[in-house]
Design a protein. Structure first.
Lengths: 129, 465
């Protein structure tokens, strides 16, 4: 089915997402940091990138997303951002209005993840491609 | 400066306003006393002079008032120093005024001469010790000057004695006695009032320092809570993420016994997550320097709070009514938090109201503020619990019995939100009948401490040492 890149530094959350996504026969590649994610996205072609917004090392998910958008190959790759940001900054992402101008991602998903929500978002992003 | 550290700069501006208010009373007092002495007691008085002095008092009082208001509005950093100079000037002017009044109404014979003591007390409260003694010396000088000049005949003596024998202008021994008593009284008054006032200032300084220390410790504690709960929350999220696919059969069919246990673990994790999130939220609000506020539609915020709980009300067959009074729309505040507080009231009411009951949300205009009111026909809050329900982690006995888990933080968050908006929050309840929760918010919710100068509530400003 689809090739999905997960960029997240929490191995347990990554493992759970991998199992959920592979149960729907997607191919999953994991990057444990922003740098690794960018390298991986440059080396191979992916149908979807899932980014965690807060990562311990270097770049936040937003920075990774911007770098992806600036690259030649991944200008248009759908990006799903995982956040716990609403409660930490008070920002409200429920609305998902045309945020593309200021934040280059296609959809948000709030943590903790629910399997069916994750799958729903992934399917709709893949279809919208 | 002997006592620089204990200068009564804090609140001096407020005390100057107090002094100005007192002086209006004094002006009126002089006017009516003179009138009474003249019309009722038939004491021969230089009325024109006395009224002019009262008028002068009124004029310079007004000038001081305007000057003070102007300087306060300008919010200059040298306000304390200026207030101090102003206090000195005012008291000196008052001493001159009182001396003039005495001169025109009997001089040393006037029993009101002892009103100088009030000025000494005021000086001891407002000024440094040295300045108070200087003011006492000035008062004694004026008094002796007046007595001496009247005795020697350089100044006219306005005798107020009804019988000629009562006039003591030329009674030297009596004059000396009066002068000695007057002088000692003034110095003793300054000494005593000054000692008390110094002790109070010392205590105030100690308390202020202790308060700062406590605030700092509280902040450190909150930071600690924030870090710990953040870590806990991350682990919880990972545990849930791992349980979730198992529970949903993504790793293969589960036996009923396995499913049962995994579901229980999952639900407990979820409850713990809710708790940790609430703890994070209240800690964050407490630590935040200021809330992001802006104008928003309270009506819309309330609508979305209602939407949030509608399902739950329907599931329990509870009638959910919602009414917004005329004139309520846009207010200034932190929309997310206010919306959450309303939702919190509503979901509490729904949680503790039996099936078939009703929950009402009413928002009304109360002039400069809006009143949000949520009432229910639920189990109510026992009398003994009612004063504590806004405390952190507190849960009423009957609430605990009805619902074993619950964070006990929802209402404390609401209270914090009200506080940060300069609003008020309270509840009324009758056990078995129902509860009413109120949140009153100013339409222009200025945050405490942001209004700037000395007009801000006490305790929120940090004084420069």
């Amino acid at each position: 089915m689809a090739k999905i890149l997960i960029v997240d530094d929490d191995p347990d959350i990554v493992e759970s997402m991998r199992i959920i996504l592979e149960s729907c026969r997607h191919t999953v590649k994991v990057a444990k940091s922003g740098e690794e994610g960018l390298k991986e996205a440059g080396a191979d072609k992916y149908d979807l990138v899932i980014l965690d917004v807060m990562m311990e090392t270097m770049s936040t998910g937003f920075e990774v997303a911007r770098s992806l958008r600036e690259s030649r190959d991944n200008k248009a790759v759908p990006i799903l951002m995982l956040t716990a940001i609403k409660e930490s900054t008070g920002l409200d992402f429920k609305s998902e209005v045309g945020d593309k101008d200021w934040l280059p991602v296609n959809a948000y998903l709030e943590k903790p993840l629910k399997p069916h929500e994750l799958l729903q978002k992934v399917e709709s992003l893949l279809k919208g491609k | 400066m002997d006592d620089t550290n204990l200068k009564p700069a804090e609140g001096l501006t407020e005390r100057l306003y107090w002094l100005i208010r007192l002086r209006w009373v004094a002006v009126g007092g002089v006017f009516f006393t003179a009138l009474f002495a003249d019309k009722a007691l038939h004491i021969p008085l230089a009325l024109a002079a006395l009224y002019s002095i009262a008028g002068a008092l009124g004029v310079y009082n007004l000038l001081f008032l305007l000057y003070l208001a102007w300087f306060r509005a300008a919010a200059r950093p040298d306000l304390p120093a200026l207030a101090n100079r102003l206090a000195n000037a005012q008291i000196a002017m008052d001493l001159l005024g009182l001396t003039a009044l005495l001169h025109f109404s009997g001089g040393v014979e006037n029993p009101f001469a002892y009103y100088f003591v009030f000025h000494m007390i005021i000086a001891s409260v407002l000024l440094s010790r040295r300045a108070s003694y200087l003011q006492a010396t000035f008062a004694v000088f004026l008094f002796l000057l007046m007595a001496g000049l009247e005795y020697s005949g350089v100044w006219t003596h306005y005798c107020v004695a009804v019988q000629a024998a009562g006039c003591r202008r030329a009674d030297l021994i009596n004059l000396l006695g009066v002068a000695a008593a007057f002088t000692s009284t003034l110095y003793i008054a300054v000494y005593m009032a000054g000692s008390v006032s110094l002790k109070l200032r010392e205590k105030e300084a100690t308390l202020r320092a202790a308060n700062l220390l406590l605030n700092e410790k509280d902040r450190i504690k909150s930071n600690y809570v924030l870090r710990v709960s953040h870590d806990i929350k991350d682990h919880l999220a990972a545990i849930q993420a791992c349980l979730d696919p198992v529970l949903h059969g993504l790793t293969g069919e589960l036996k009923p016994a396995q499913e049962n246990l995994i579901r229980r673990s999952y639900e407990r994790t979820e409850k713990l997550t809710v708790f940790v999130k609430a703890l994070l939220e209240i800690t964050r609000i407490k630590l935040s320097q200021k809330m992001e506020t802006g104008p928003f539609s309270l009506r819309k915020a309330a609508e979305s709070a209602v939407n949030l709980v509608e399902e739950r009300a329907k599931a329990k067959n509870i009638k959910l009514n919602f009414a917004v009074g005329p004139g309520v729309d846009v207010i200034v505040g932190a929309q997310i938090y206010i919306e959450e507080t309303i939702a919190n009231f509503l979901s509490n009411s729904i949680k503790y109201t039996p099936e078939g009951g009703s929950v009402d949300l009413m928002i009304g205009d109360a002039g400069a503020s809006v009143l949000i009111r949520v009432s229910d026909t639920g189990m109510g809050i026992p009398k003994g619990d009612l004063p504590h329900i806004f405390e952190e982690f507190y849960r009423a006995k009957n609430a605990k019995a009805a619902e074993r888990t619950g964070t006990g933080l929802g209402l404390s968050i609401a209270k914090e939100v009200a506080k940060r908006h300069n609003g008020r929050i309270w509840a009324e309840s009758q056990e078995g009948k129902g509860s009413i929760f109120y949140l009153s918010l100013p339409k222009e919710a200025a945050e405490p401490g942001r209004s700037g100068d000395a007009g801000s509530p006490p305790g929120l400003r940090v004084s420069g040492g």
